[in-house]
Design a protein around this ligand. Structure first.
Ligand code: BGC
Length: 826
């Protein structure tokens, strides 16, 4: 069970029961359906305010999908996991609760704890790790942090939503063992450790049943076995059937107003298809959540005093530098000491060094009020005159949303052409969901939206303009109409207007610094029967395409003239996003060629990899250092300067194995006939790499700092592993900082059956802990081996089995770099 009830819980429960007793069937069923994109209806008759939810996970977007409502943007979830620090995840959560309260949001739609089953998964950047234990520990810290600020979480997406292809309909076929040992494990750990107030059920089916109707996984396991007492909210538009959903334990169908609950549910009860007691159960869960977050009159919220204020920008910067993983360093980092005037010269290269990619695409998008790209971060940190910049290669093969240099607003008109309202469009796009429309505008009156304003280019030449979205558009630049037609979709995805690719529609010669009038008019057609009303389109743009050979030659020149060349390579939002999976792991454009060329020109080449998930690094042995910076959040460039200059060491360790596409063991993410069998069973990530005997580019757990560590001893102590975490076997590892500066080490403990068993992985992560020490200092780290580390799921009995025998307990710096070991017999 997830904890026992405190007197405060009992008191809230009494208020919930009393409130429930006052509601009639229609009010109850109304409460279970979204009233709009992000909220549930208020019920003034019981003193219940409207409950507001928002994405998640790196910030709090709020109820508007626009940069007008900015939020702190922390590093991507994989980056957070790369810190291997649940306490830091907790601090991130505390900050997010502060952001949520600022925006009157009660529930954060996060964290995402699906696993890195395959590196091709489009939302890989949004999940923590390939390892269920690390995922559960980071996720627990995050949930504890958010909820310590009085804000709820929905741990998502329950369960097995590990890829994007056909995500609304795919039927994932998994063994009960893979479910228990891998995919359910983080949810189970978080329910036990952090007692989340919510969970989000996924779009996909598992073994034939869609997750919003999964009685076995939701009612029997999540609520029954684990004692989860929070709200089960559907992923957006995932609920499909009234009776199936309520029988399957779904409490809330989002978004609204058109859902399978509300009136449809009341009708089903009246028709005798659903027992009212089932509806009461769901309402009770919603009211309990409302009581916890403090929007149900008479109930004391769980948190009455919000925690001390957190400096969001400082925390974003700290998490970023703690997440960067230095996977290779041949002495190039930190940058040379002679950094004075006329001293160490740095050539910074790469499109992403100037226009940083700080977050992944899709619902995880938030709009920070500022972004520090590497160019700005390094300019501020290095002495004047020591930094040069060259683009080198531009990975944006496609147009991007018209942002830099554009000043646009949205003008809304009715059918007669009369202006009925205006809205802002701060980054060239309109994303209006539900009734979130500019003041004075309704779906009934709105006929067209015109994005209109000016563009002042930063480069002269032939600029390309385009359109993202579906339907009728008119594109005008400086009075000339370039497109006036219908733009059609290519696939049957309700979110294509949001996640689809922009289409080129105009080529115009423009002069840097001049100001041009631009307008993109869109006639609105919201299809009848659409699950929700969405108006989403964007003006897209691309700077003049320079000769790619020339760009590389320029970068090589800059590298040759510098002491160190820092090349920032990146993926684009057409490569990593919600809504689709990756086809390969290559860096887009000519970036690989760029790195080969720069490395040949300067032996001190440092490559910063600005990607949310693994990419191939074919030049990795040719360069002096490789630093993975993930999607580093809004302060990424400042954190990068901290780490490159040596003001701080990079603190990250790989939460996921990095290797090539050809060698990656699990690459099947495309269903056949609607089904995606997880044929690899429990062998994903390092479990699979080890089983296949393949050597990845960089192993799970790997990451260098700026000091050295010696593992001096390992001792096993304390009781019987069977007794469980804390009271079970302890492992004491002595590590010494044998380098010249203070640092932080992540001590990782791996468990391996001495007698190999083909059914089980060769070894797995059983415990880890961070430790800090000054130069020359030794520290003892005490870790507890959890009972679960010795257990497997037995499908024949449907129970966990403690597997007796001899195990090697090894501690080290990664799954392959194990430094000390002992044997335990259990
Ligand atoms: C995503 C969820 C998200 C929801 C609301 C869905 O498409 O899968 O993760 O919370 O949208 O934006």
């Amino acid at each position: 069970m997830a904890g026992t009830r405190t007197p405060a819980d009992e008191a809230r429960e009494a208020v919930v029961e009393a409130a429930l007793g006052k509601l009639d069937l229609d009010a109850k069923t109304r409460l279970l359906a979204g009233q709009d994109m992000w909220s549930l209806p208020a019920l003034p008759e019981i003193g219940l305010k409207s409950l507001v939810m928002s994405d998640g996970p790196i910030g709090v977007r709020g109820v508007h999908w626009t940069a007008d409502d900015p939020s702190i943007a922390l590093p991507s979830p994989t980056a957070l996991a790369a810190t291997w620090d649940p306490a830091l995840a907790r601090r991130a959560g505390t900050l997010l609760a502060q952001e949520a309260r600022r925006k009157q949001v009660h529930v954060l739609l996060a964290p995402t704890v699906n696993l890195h089953r395959s590196p091709l998964g489009g939302r890989h950047f949004e999940a923590y790790s390939e390892d269920p234990y690390l995922t559960g520990e980071i996720g627990s810290g995050y949930v504890q942090g958010v909820q310590s600020g009085g804000v709820g979480t929905t741990v998502k997406h329950f369960v097995a939503n590990d890829a994007e292809t056909d995500r609304f309909t795919v039927n994932n076929l998994l063994s009960e063992r893979a479910l228990r040992e891998l995919y359910l494990a983080p949810f189970e750990a978080i329910v036990a450790n952090a007692h989340p107030w919510g969970i989000m059920t996924a779009y996909n089916s598992v073994n034939g049943t869609t997750m919003t109707e999964h009685h076995h996984l939701v009612n029997e396991i999540l609520r029954g076995e684990w004692g989860f007492d929070g709200v089960n909210v559907s992923d957006w538009t995932a609920a499909r059937a009234t009776v199936g959903a309520v029988e399957g334990g779904l409490d809330v169908a989002m978004p609204g107003p058109r859902t399978v609950y509300g009136e449809a549910l009341a009708t089903a009860v009246r028709a005798g298809e659903v027992e009212e007691a089932k509806v009461d159960e769901a309402v009770r869960n919603v009211l309990r959540l409302a009581a916890r977050v403090g929007i149900l009159e008479g109930a004391e919220p769980v948190v009455t005093e919000p925690p001390a204020t957190v400096d969001g920008e400082a925390l974003a910067r700290e998490i970023a530098r703690r997440s960067f993983v230095l996977v290779r360093n041949q002495g190039a980092l930190p940058l040379g000491e002679g950094r004075g005037e006329g001293g160490h010269k740095v050539a910074l290269i790469g499109a992403a060094a100037r226009d940083a990619r700080v977050l992944g695409g899709g619902s995880a998008t938030v709009f920070p009020s500022r972004v520090v790209p590497p160019l700005d971060g390094l300019t501020a940190a290095l002495p004047e005159g020591s930094l040069t910049y060259a683009v080198g290669a531009d990975p944006n093969e496609e147009l991007a949303v018209a942002d830099r240099g554009f000043t646009l607003r949205a003008v809304c008109r009715d059918r007669a052409g009369t202006v009925i309202g205006t809205g802002s469009a701060p980054n060239g796009q309109i994303q209006w969901m539900g009734d979130d429309l500019p003041e004075g505008v309704t779906h009934a009156t709105l006929h067209s939206v015109e994005l209109t304003g000016t563009f002042t280019p930063r480069e002269s030449g032939t600029h390309t303009l385009g359109i993202k979205g579906l339907g009728a558009f008119t594109l005008t630049v400086d009075g000339t109409v370039h497109f006036d037609d219908i733009q059609r979709g290519t696939k049957d995805d309700p979110f294509e207007a949001f996640f689809g690719a922009p289409v080129e529609r105009a080529q115009v010669d423009l002069v840097a610094g001049e100001t041009y009038e631009v307008a993109l008019r869109h006639v609105i057609v919201v299809p009848e029967g659409a699950p929700l009303k969405m108006i989403g389109f964007a003006l897209a743009h691309q700077d003049p395409r320079r000769d790619p050979d020339e760009l590389i030659a320029e970068a090589v020149e800059a590298a040759r003239a510098a002491d160190t060349a820092v090349v920032v390579v990146a993926t684009t939002d057409r490569v990593e996003s919600e809504g689709f999976d990756r086809k390969d792991l290559r860096l887009p454009g000519r970036q690989d060629e760029l790195v080969h060329a720069v490395a040949a020109a300067n032996p001190n080449t440092v490559v910063v990899v600005n990607a949310g998930s693994p990419v191939e690094l074919p030049w990795r042995e040719e360069v002096a250092a490789v630093l993975l910076s993930w999607f580093p959040g809004q302060e990424g460039g400042a954190a990068l300067a901290d780490v490159l200059t040596g003001a701080h060491e990079p603190g990250g360790r790989l939460p996921t194995t990095w290797g090539s596409h050809a060698a990656a063991p699990v690459t099947q993410v495309v269903p056949a006939d609607g089904e995606l069998p997880y044929t690899e069973g429990v062998f994903i990530g390092y479990r699979a790499w080890e089983k296949e005997g393949r050597t990845p580019s960089y192993a799970f757990g790997h990451g260098l700092g700026y000091t050295d560590w010696t593992y001096e001893s390992i001792e096993l102590g304390g009781g019987d592993a069977g007794a469980g975490a804390g009271s079970g076997t302890t492992v004491t590892v002595r590590v010494r900082n044998s380098g010249a500066r203070a640092g932080r080490e992540v001590v990782q403990v791996y468990l391996a059956p001495v007698e190999a068993d083909a059914e089980r992985p060769a070894r797995w992560l059983a415990a880890f802990a961070g430790v800090e020490a000054g130069p020359g200092e030794s520290v003892d780290v005490v870790l507890a081996l959890p009972r679960r580390a010795f257990e497997v799921w037995d499908e024949s009995t449907g129970a966990w089995v403690f597997v007796k025998g001899s195990y090697e307990v090894a501690a080290g710096r990664s799954i392959v770099d194990r430094r000390v070991a002992a044997t335990i017999n259990v």
